[in-house]
Ligand binder design. Structure first.
Ligand code: ZN
Length: 278
């Protein structure tokens, strides 16, 4: 089955991983900008990182027939440095018109601090000003419930934002409901050590239905599994779910959400080009 990984940090993976993903049915991915494992010292580091995301990774993915898309921002961890964050936010528009740039992300909160909130709101301002989609990181473990509430409040306070163009990621059992109820998309991150397992993601699809739900692997620097989405497909099949339901979650839903961005020029491998162009 074809699938699209909506949230995977390929800069931290090897070229072998691209090859493996391609063999597992992956046809494309979207890569939000995130932390590099260390705090960067200057706006130029971010400019180089954005070049890597918009140029190098796209080429590396293309070698295996994978279509790579990306999102730009300064992540919540580094948002503690407000002056550097503002320099990065000012520089981002240089990249917004490049092919494959889908919007602003992954922005959000990490420890739910005041500085993180300030920079989150300034990213929302940027997104509203340039009519960009938004991809959101919600905090880990003990900070998740409170942080998700703070994020949803800030999003709902901004009347310019179309909720259907915002993806709130890393939802779990205690945060998924308010995200969906307020009309946002929700992403479940499949992780070996924290966040969500393929089994728990399957439970949530059974409880809430497939509308506006996505599953991703994160595939980052830490313990993570870039082929976690195929594990979810296997779990759904094991439970006897229809192929059409599974396909909706892992392929059709990403097409619908990302398709709202003008820079999502995706060649669907399952549709002959002549038809897809009409
Ligand atoms: Zn991420």
């Amino acid at each position: 089955m074809y699938y699209f990984d909506p949230h995977i940090h390929m800069v931290s993976r090897t070229t072998d991983d691209y090859e493996t993903l391609s063999r597992m049915g992956c046809v494309g991915m979207s890569e939000p900008a995130f932390w590099a494992g260390f705090d960067r010292g200057s706006v130029e580091s971010f400019r180089d990182y954005f070049r890597q995301l918009t140029d190098f990774e796209k080429k590396r993915a293309g070698q295996f027939g994978l279509q790579h898309f990306t999102w730009l921002c300064i992540n919540a961890k580094e948002a503690e440095n407000v002056s550097l964050s503002r320099e990065v936010i000012k520089m981002i528009p240089e990249f917004l018109d490049l092919p494959g740039v889908l919007g602003i992300g992954e922005i959000g909160l990490n420890k739910n601090t005041k500085n993180e909130s300030i920079i989150f709101l300034e990213h929302l301002e940027l997104a509203a000003q340039f009519d960009q989609q938004i991809l959101i990181h919600t905090p880990h473990l003990e900070d998740k419930f409170q942080g998700t509430r703070m994020i949803l409040d800030m999003l709902c306070d901004d009347e310019r934002l179309d909720h259907h163009r915002v993806l709130v990621d890393h939802v779990e059992e205690h945060t998924i409901r308010p995200v969906l109820e307020k009309g946002f998309w929700a992403g479940m991150t499949l992780y070996p050590v924290s966040k969500c397992t393929p089994q728990r993601a399957a439970d949530m699809v059974e409880l809430y239905g497939p509308e506006r739900l996505l599953v991703n692997s994160a595939g980052d620097w830490g313990p993570s599994k870039p082929t976690a989405v195929p594990d979810f497909i296997v779990e759904m099949r094991r439970r006897g779910h229809a192929e059409s339901l599974i396909r909706k979650v892992v392929y059709e839903n990403p097409m619908e959400f990302f398709g709202q961005s003008p820079n999502f020029q995706f060649n669907r491998p399952d549709v002959p080009e002549a038809i897809s162009e009409t």
